[in-house]
Ligand binder design. Structure first.
Ligand SMILES: N[C@@H](CCC(=O)N[C@@H](CS)C(=O)NCC(=O)O)C(=O)O
Length: 208
């Protein structure tokens, strides 16, 4: 049994999607980010960064979205959401997971939380936008060369991760869906029962 501390539509979405894909028994605990519940001392004891997600695994709190996604795929290989360690696709799987985690997701953090004012904030937002759009260029090219999923024929954690991040761009000047291959990938992921169940459970409506 896992327990996921989550907030609708946030980074916890990937972990929630994976729990649904895998069919792993889990409980959900909503963290009200608008009310600042992520900074409650009790929550900070679980996640000292004061962010979601936190996943309780065998009684221990674990955090960092990408790490949780890698962990779930590893603990539940029967779900077939990651190439096995011995497979030739493994290197590219890790490469794209780390690219999304290190290059793309942090740029969204700057976009949503520039931690600056005035002209400095404008500069942070412009840099974040450049970084995000460069990532869409790279992912779109990968899909054009070897799609329909990022790793080829089979849907993997990478596609779910990329689609969560694409969703975050929906109100940006150039949302990810302006890139044709990315729009096609988003359509495929959104058609999955896990995506639709997550929308119902988290009460999401935008970008359905
Ligand atoms: N690197 C962390 C970032 C998580 C993160 O930034 N979560 C956001 C929601 S998408 C959050 O909890 N924000 C609340 C806050 O910063 O106060 C991860 O991937 O888990």
């Amino acid at each position: 049994m896992y327990t996921l501390h989550y907030s609708p539509g946030s980074a916890s979405m990937l972990v929630h999607l994976l729990l649904l894909e895998i069919g792993a028994p889990h409980e959900l605990r909503r963290v009200d980010l608008d009310a600042g519940a992520q900074r409650d001392p009790a929550y900070l004891r679980l996640n000292p960064g004061g962010v979601v997600p936190t996943l309780i695994v065998d009684g221990a709190p674990c955090w960092e979205t990408a790490a949780l996604a890698l962990l779930l795929a590893e603990r539940h290989p029967e779900a077939g959401l990651a190439p096995p360690p011995s497979s030739p696709a493994r290197a590219h799987y890790l490469q794209w997971m780390l690219y999304l985690a290190n290059s793309l997701q942090p740029a969204f953090r700057w976009w949503f939380y520039p931690e600056a004012e005035g002209a400095e904030a404008e500069a942070v937002l412009a840099a974040a936008r450049r970084r995000i759009e460069a990532a869409w260029d790279r992912l779109d090219a990968q899909l054009a060369a070897g799609g329909p999923h990022v790793l080829g024929e089979r849907c993997s954690v990478v596609d779910l991760y990329a689609t969560m991040l694409m969703r975050w761009s929906r109100k940006m000047p150039r949302p990810a869906t302006e890139w044709p291959q990315l729009a096609a990938l988003a359509g495929r992921v959104k058609a999955r029962p896990s995506w639709q169940r997550l929308y119902a459970i988290e009460g999401l409506t935008e970008w359905a």
